[in-house]
Ligand binder design. Structure first.
Ligand code: A2P
Length: 341
């Protein structure tokens, strides 16, 4: 395969850095790599598998000659610059939510709906939301076999899903609160100050991930609804979402109950998931976010037949939100694009 000129936009961020290491790990055929970030980072040097690369300012970038651009610098940057990179000839793989629901932009989970990637009239491919991505790795194979009809999904999302600022906020609050365990126990602890979340995330759980959108649901919750339907190409799937932020650094968990067009039991569900690429079913141990951190596979555990409304499946899925939930899938999409040539 001929090597490609690759750009990573948002290269200094949590996902951008993971993209760089996964491109190297998977030996993506890189001819030249260019790194872009804000003016703050422009001129700084990043050590990569392809040598020390100087970061360029996105706002003054000339995208000529770039074959594949992986964007993870936030929705506003994607909205402004992804079309410019695409117009200059690059295939853009965009990790933001900017284009996910655009009918002319495919939304692709590698190993779930690869076939959708070829139809990209805008030259842009969207990488799904991290929580939806992990859940679709489990839901996809079950849907193909039995037709997903409805789903109740509750996420347990780590702070790295909010970028480096989420991680910094958790660690800073732990430092403020840790010296006083008695106050923590009595509930009278000092306010550690919250910049990123609506409440302290250290030693706490916040049942509100994302920002308020419509009907009392957050944008993260609506992503679970609309992105699941688009990825599975099934606009009628009923989704009841709740997204929760938890004091975990990496690894998003989702507890989901699913019902299908026909009854599905745990024996068949386990067979289907065992055969699915990128999915590992755990039966002896319970997979936690820590187990998923740093690995590529999404882990599924706690498979149970539903008891209240029979015929469905309860499961727990957990995945590294920076890897399969973002950077790994983006690189897998780049591999699919590369394989077309
Ligand atoms: P920078 O490090 O220069 O701010 P994270 O989500 O982990 O916080 O990372 C966000 C990424 O997006 C970083 O690489 C960041 O670069 C980049 N970014 C943020 N704002 C801009 C901007 N206005 N122009 C270009 N890149 C930006």
């Amino acid at each position: 395969m001929n090597p490609f000129n690759v750009a990573v936009v948002g290269a200094t961020g949590a996902v951008g850095r993971t993209i760089l290491s996964i491109l190297a790990e998977r030996q993506f055929p890189v001819k030249e790599i260019r790194l872009f970030a804000s003016a703050r980072s422009a001129g700084s040097v990043v050590e990569t598998a392809w040598g020390a690369i100087t970061v360029e300012d996105l706002t003054t970038a000339d995208p000529a000659g770039i074959d594949i651009a992986l964007f993870s610098a936030g929705g506003d940057r994607s909205r402004e610059f992804a079309p410019k990179f695409a117009a200059a000839g690059a295939v853009v793989i965009d990790n933001s939510s900017a284009f996910r629901m655009d009918p002319d932009v495919p939304l692709v989970v590698a190993d779930v709906n690869d076939e959708a990637i070829v139809d990209r009239p805008r030259g842009i491919v969207a990488n799904p939301n991290c929580t939806t991505m992990d859940l679709m790795m489990a839901a996809g194979p079950l849907h193909r076999a039995a037709g997903l009809r409805s789903m109740v999904a509750t996420s347990y999302q780590s702070v790295s899903g909010s970028g480096m600022t989420g991680v910094v906020e958790l660690l800073r609050q732990i430092d403020v609160l840790r010296p006083n365990p008695d106050a923590l126990r009595e509930g009278g602890f000092e306010d550690p100050g919250s910049d990123v979340y609506v409440a302290p995330i250290a030693f706490n759980v916040i049942p509100f991930a994302g920002s308020e959108k419509e009907l009392g649901y957050t944008d993260e919750e609506w992503k679970l609804v609309y992105e699941s339907r688009k990825i599975l190409d099934a606009p009628g799937i009923e989704v009841e979402p709740t997204c929760v932020r938890v004091p975990v650094v990496t690894g998003h968990g989702i507890a989901a109950t699913m019902w299908f067009e026909r009854d599905l039991d745990v024996v068949e569900a386990k067979e289907l998931l065992d055969a699915a690429p990128g999915v590992e079913v755990w039966t002896d141990d319970v997979p936690t976010p820590l187990d998923s951190a740093g690995i590529d596979d999404v882990l599924v555990g706690r498979l149970r037949n539903t008891v209240g409304v029979p015929g469905g499946i309860n499961l727990w899925v957990v995945g590294d939100n920076l890897r399969k939930g973002a950077a790994l899938n983006a690189v897998q999409l780049a591999e699919l694009v590369a394989a077309e040539r």
